[in-house]
Design a protein around this ligand. Structure first.
Ligand code: F6P
Length: 347
């Protein structure tokens, strides 16, 4: 039995922990071969692979990034690439594929399954926006990075009587913003799920300052849409006009626009910090290492059982198998109750 494994989409802390767990159990317990497919779906199209050994997976548990490298290649974009994917899986003698990715990469995995490939998915993303699972691995690390940043910004904001805007990632959901904002004691949290009213935001900051607080921390998720006079649904703030292979815009920069608005409307000294890729790099937290390891073991067990077309998922504290098609059909938005808890501390 030869099991292929690949990591696709944006990297995230914990990828190596999954690769290690899948490979260790495959080699030691099931006696399978494990073929690392490099650079996500691109490696399958170009047949860039490496047979994984104990040496390859030794010492990687705590390392961020992915030893297999990654890409945002979408093989479903052209019929030729779909044909090549099938042909190459055959030529490489891959019997089953463990795919570690977010909604895009796992969406491709789901399509390949429908067309006969034996796939198992593992949910990865710092955004925590995958519908089929309570938590993706990588999210906890990103939240911890953002929380530490908010803690640090607190002390400098306080010393200078400033409004500090912190822009975090999360694409079209506000999970990182809400969780890190709650943990860091943010005074305002803006997320895509709750389109902001800038008058209300500024009023609440002014009120807070009238009550005797001289500084404020505003956390904003990169995918929050800014209201405009022309477009009442709001607009995304993007880094550039290019889209990736899955049709996503490159979000980023809303913090700067918001900072200017808040300064103009309140007169308070305002500064902006965009955390960006710091949230994706570096070592995974202990929580993410354990979750990623549990996911990896569950994924190779599903391969052993021949239970394909599934994604391993966390429900409560249990690892379960859910249908890949269900897990990727829509994104998981921020829990309203969690946001309501955060709102208690606004202003
Ligand atoms: O999905 C993870 C993520 O980091 C998002 O939070 C962010 O919008 C996006 O990836 C950035 O993508 P890229 O690596 O293509 O710049």
């Amino acid at each position: 039995m030869k099991v292929g494994i690949l990591t696709g989409g944006g990297d995230c802390p914990g990828l190596n922990a999954v690769i290690r767990a899948v490979t260790r159990k495959a080699l030691d317990v099931y006696g399978y071969q494990v073929l690392g497919i490099l650079e996500g779906w691109l490696g399958l199209l170009e047949k860039k692979t490496v047979l994984l050994t104990h040496r390859d997976i030794s010492g990687i548990l705590h390392r961020g990034g992915t030893i297999l490298k990654t890409s945002r290649t979408n093989p479903l974009q052209s019929p030729k690439h779909v044909r090549d994917s099938f042909q190459n899986l055959k030529e490489l003698d891959v019997d089953a594929l463990v795919v570690i990715g977010g909604e895009d990469t796992l969406g491709v995995a789901g399509e390949l399954f429908k067309r006969g490939v034996n796939v198992v998915g593992v949910p990865k993303t710092i955004d925590n926006d995958l519908y089929g699972t309570d938590f993706t691995f990588g999210f906890d690390t990103a939240v911890n990075v953002a929380t530490e940043a908010i803690d640090r910004l607190h002390t400098t904001a306080e010393s200078h009587n400033r409004v500090m805007i912190v822009e975090v990632m999360g694409r079209h959901t506000g999970w990182i913003a809400v969780q890190a904002g709650l943990a860091g004691g943010a005074d305002v949290i803006l997320i895509p799920e709750k389109p902001p009213d800038l008058d209300e935001v500024c009023e609440s900051i002014k009120k807070r300052h009238k009550k005797g607080k001289d500084f404020s921390i505003v956390v904003v998720a990169e995918g929050t849409k800014l209201p405009t006079l022309k477009n009442e649904n709001g607009i995304y703030v993007v880094r550039d006009e290019e889209k990736d292979a899955f049709g996503h815009v490159h979000l980023g920069g809303i913090g700067n626009v918001l900072g200017r608005e808040i300064h103009q409307r309140t007169g308070f000294d305002t500064r902006v910090t965009i955390l960006g890729y710091l949230q994706r790099g570096g070592s995974p937290t202990a929580f993410d290492r354990v979750l990623a390891t549990r996911y990896g073991i569950a994924a190779i067990d599903l391969v052993k059982e021949g239970n394909f077309g599934k994604m391993v998922a966390l429900r409560g504290n249990k690892i379960v198998a859910v249908d890949l098609a269900m897990a990727t059909k829509k994104i998981k938005k921020v829990d309203e109750n969690l946001y309501r808890i955060a709102q208690v501390f606004f202003g």
